[in-house]
Design a protein around this ligand. Structure first.
Ligand code: KG4
Ligand code: ZN
Length: 347
């Protein structure tokens, strides 16, 4: 593998407008994330049309900032990577079209990257002294996805389990709304849970009889019932205790199933990625329970960013992937449908 490959990546799959320059898939030269969270907070979730318009307003400045931050121009870049999906169509199209424009103007190769693959590759950015070893089990827990996958090699995914209903982040967001904590829900539940007693309420865990799939709808309903039954309670709803009980139930299932998958598949490392992996008690639970190395990116690389897209783009670039200018966005694009065979890395 040649050294010194500089990738400029663009990420606009949801409500963060992001660009980054990454060297050799590991070293972040610059990373810029313009969050729209405040804009969407008053709607209690992402408002797709508004997200798209905001991306259009900020994307050029964000890309310019990323280049400036790395101290370079397009002339110093070797390839462009962009999130092709999954995500909101009106958001994805903004990043993809800008990336195509830049590729056309500069003649640089362009690589379409799967957003979930990007989350996993954030683990390669996290530290420079070691990297995840294959085979590995990766848990991707974001606002839209909960996926447990086996990676026997770079870019090769075997689906082990996924959610049957809500994604883990979605469960956090919906529960936060139920508890009037606002958006985004994950960090607010985490904060509220700090002063809570997780044992006060016995919330259900969906083990699904030996399956590695997940389900959070029963838990969500249990929280709803609890909130309704305590509506008239003196002192009001015990938000902290409910948040703590909910959070513990989610963590319990995520950690237990991931460790089981790792054991069954004789994994040498575990990667935990996606917005929910920013959750502190979840990180602690993995670190204290796992007997093999666990890679969880630093907080800023857990939630959506473009450095992770550059990292995944780097491995695809090295494997020979080139996407030309006529590819379309893929708003629904499961990891299991990635074209890996054609782009296997040379050992
Ligand atoms: O990966 P991400 O930034 O965007 C998507 O690709 O969806 O994930 C966003 C999700 C949201 O549901 C948010 O509530 C959740 O990640 N999240 C957290 C925490 N920080 C963000 N969930 C639990 N605890 C956190 N600290
Ligand atoms: Zn994401």
């Amino acid at each position: 593998m040649s050294d010194q490959v500089l990738i400029l990546a663009i990420e606009t799959s949801c409500d963060e407008t992001a660009a980054a320059v990454v060297r050799d898939g590991r070293e972040i030269c610059s990373t810029v994330v313009a969050s729209q969270a405040d804009l969407h907070a008053r709607y209690g979730g992402v408002f797709p049309e508004m997200a798209s318009r905001q991306h259009i307003k900020t994307i050029q400045a964000v890309v310019q900032d990323a280049l400036d931050g790395a101290g370079m121009t397009l002339a110093g870049i070797d390839a462009l990577a962009v999130t092709r999906g999954p995500g909101l169509p009106g958001s994805l199209v903004v990043g993809v079209n800008l990336a195509k424009g830049l590729a056309l103007a500069s003649g640089l190769p362009l690589i379409g990257v799967n957003h979930l693959e990007g989350h996993i590759y954030a683990a390669w950015l996290a530290g420079y002294d070691r990297e995840p070893q294959f085979p590995l089990v990766a848990l991707v827990v974001s606002g839209g996805h909960t996926e447990l996958v086996l990676m026997k090699d770079h870019l090769v995914y075997e689906s082990l389990g996924s959610t049957l209903d809500d994604a883990a982040g979605e469960a956090f967001d919906k529960t936060a709304r139920l508890l009037d904590l606002g958006y985004p829900g994950g960090p607010r539940i985490q904060k509220a849970a700090e002063d809570g007693n997780p044992q006060r309420f016995d919330f259900p865990r969906a083990w699904l009889e030996g399956s590695l799939d997940f389900s959070f709808s029963g838990l969500k309903t249990a929280v709803l019932r609890q909130v309704q039954s305590l509506q008239e309670a003196p002192g009001g709803i015990p938000v902290s205790d409910i948040a703590a009980g909910f959070q513990e139930a989610v963590i319990d299932v995520l950690v237990t199933k991931t460790l089981r998958a790792a054991q069954e598949r004789e994994a040498r490392s575990i990667v935990v990625a996606g917005g929910v992996s920013a959750n502190k008690p979840l990180r602690q639970a993995f670190e204290s329970a796992a007997e093999i190395p666990v890679f969880i990116p630093p907080l800023a690389l857990c939630t959506d960013n473009a450095a992770m897209i550059a990292a995944a783009g780097h491995y695809r670039f090295q494997a020979g992937q080139r996407d030309g200018l006529n590819f379309d966005i893929l708003p629904n694009w499961p990891l299991s449908e990635l074209e890996t065979a054609a782009f296997r890395l040379e050992a």
